[in-house]
Design a protein around this ligand. Structure first.
Ligand code: ADP
Ligand code: MG
Length: 488
């Protein structure tokens, strides 16, 4: 099975199956208050401390639309290059759940706020466009807590009423890699615009995963299963892998796949049936009589458009054109808005090529090792830029720079100060270097003879020796030049 390439085929008894995936991503709107009430939305608060009478569905309470959340949804729609619907409707989706006190969820069904759009994935072999079907706003439910008491289930309503954007993709995804890139790209776009923090550990981004399989070359889609509420990319991939293989087995054994809703058990790494789709489907959607249709003016939409920052795709294009970065480098540098800011800060005063290498190499390795985000980088853009200039003007060698870099991480220390304090300045005085070279040549007369009789590979040995006696500080380029003359 080739599951980590863009073509993801499952082979059984000489038949190849293609996997088709569509995602319904639930992205929590970055907003201080809820979709229809003024309760706060802070993560990790004391249970039931952020619940108003509206969120607890007390009789007679009326929802009031939070304009900020509407703006956030429209901005996200702009980021997805999507159609903004000037008229949308909030419906009631009726179902019973212990943590849904209203007995229905206010959501958008036939008339969502955002229509068709697209997300571009940077695949190794070029770009792939994934269609967006729609984006609608809805409220989140509360949370049932089953593990605090052997007999009872507790309910925490802090999340009840929090605004979610459900972003529904077309069934355009074909591999686990594409799912990974799609989620990351969505997340990146929303973080650029500031409409969702994309924090998967805190549940700000989760997805229902729809999977079907079909024989390679077949035109029609197979019957899909929907796996509910998966909260990490890794689990999405594991769930898809399991589910696609299960469906292939069903078909190979002569059966048919039932359309159903399934759960992914992360401990057993398998999906299990929750309910068949038919039973679940009758939500008796109808327009919420407490809320008028939402109508947006052109002015409202245009004001938001004006304030959308440069997005990752455009930034990537600019980086490639202006700074001559490779597509690969540009991708890495734009994928996260904070990384792109850091990069642009460094190159204000430093060489682009060296900066790119140091950020994607040493800096990323350091952040990785310390498990830090770039915004908490122990080395500021300003000081990294200084270090890069010291390499560029020959004050220190690339090798010494690595040592200096490590020392800088200990409290964002100015590299100039480290070099002076530790005497790490590169030796570039030809006279001084000649002394060192003479010493090495004198002490290795045998090797000099061998070199002169044709063993040219030994040149590296001499360079190495000079570097060694200089404590790594000799300017390697000058050492090369002087040595060449000496050994002629
Ligand atoms: P529902 O409310 O029934 O879940 P939605 O329209 O909200 O329906 O979502 C359907 C999701 O399923 C979309 O993401 C879509 O891309 C995906 N999908 C539809 N048909 C298939 C299929 N045959 N295989 C895989 N995914 C599919
Ligand atoms: Mg759905």
């Amino acid at each position: 099975m080739k599951k980590n390439q863009s073509e993801y085929l499952i082979k059984r008894n000489d038949t190849e199956y293609e996997v088709v995936i569509g995602l319904e991503v639930h992205a929590q709107v970055l907003s201080k208050s809820k979709l229809f009430s003024s309760s706060p939305t802070k993560f990790g608060a004391e249970p039931n401390s952020q619940v108003s009478l509206v969120d607890a569905a007390f009789p007679g309470m009326l929802p009031v639309i939070n304009e900020f959340c509407i703006k956030q949804a429209v901005k996200t729609g702009i980021g997805l290059k999507a159609k903004i619907n000037k008229r949308s409707i909030f419906d009631r989706k009726n179902y019973f759940y212990a943590d849904l006190p209203q007995g229905y969820q206010i959501s958008q069904y036939k008339n969502p706020i955002i229509g068709e759009g697209e997300v571009i994935l940077d695949m190794p072999n070029g770009e792939k466009v994934v269609g967006i079907e729609r984006l609608h706003l809805e409220q989140d439910a509360g949370k049932s807590i089953h593990d605090m008491d052997p007999q009872n289930t507790f309910v925490d309503l802090n999340r009840s009423g929090v605004a979610l954007m459900e972003i529904v993709s077309k069934p355009d995804l074909r591999s686990l890699d594409e799912v990974n890139l799609y989620i990351k790209k969505l997340r990146s776009i929303m973080r650029y615009i500031g409409t969702c923090d994309g924090n998967m550990q805190e549940g700000s981004l989760r997805a229902d995963v729809n999977v079907s399989v079909r024989k390679k070359g077949q035109k029609n889609y197979g019957t899909r299963c929907e796996i509910k509420n998966v909260n990490s990319i890794k689990f999405m991939q594991m769930a898809i892998d399991y589910e696609a293989n299960r469906q292939v087995d069903v078909i190979e054994e002569g059966g048919v796949v039932d359309q159903e809703t399934r759960l992914f058990d992360t401990k057993k790494n398998e999906t299990r049936s929750m309910r068949s789709k038919e039973d679940a489907h009758d939500y008796r959607y109808f327009p919420d009589p407490d809320l008028l249709p939402l109508e947006l003016t052109d002015e409202f939409i245009n004001d938001l458009k004006k304030n959308i920052p440069e997005l990752p795709d455009e930034k990537k294009k600019r980086f490639i054109e202006k700074f001559k970065l490779s597509s690969y480098e540009a991708n890495i540098l734009v994928s996260d808005i904070e990384t792109s800011k850091y990069f642009e800060e460094v190159i204000k005063k430093s060489d682009v090529k060296i900066s790119t290498n140091w950020i994607t190499g040493e800096l990323f390795a350091l952040l990785n090792e310390k498990n830090l985000e770039i915004i908490d980088s122990p080395i500021s853009a300003k000081n990294l830029s200084k270090l890069i200039n010291l390499i560029k003007d020959g004050t220190i060698s690339g090798k010494i720079a690595k040592t200096v870099f490590e020392m800088m991480a200990d409290g964002d220390i100015d590299p100039q100060k480290i070099i002076e304090d530790k005497g790490l300045k590169q030796q570039s005085d030809p006279k001084e270097l000649e002394k060192l070279i003479n010493k090495v040549v004198n002490e290795n007369q045998e090797k000099v003879k061998e070199y002169k009789s044709g063993k040219e590979k030994l040149f590296g040995f001499f360079v190495g020796q000079v570097m060694k006696v200089s404590g790594g500080k000799a300017n390697p380029q000058l050492v090369n030049e002087i040595l060449k003359k000496k050994l002629k």
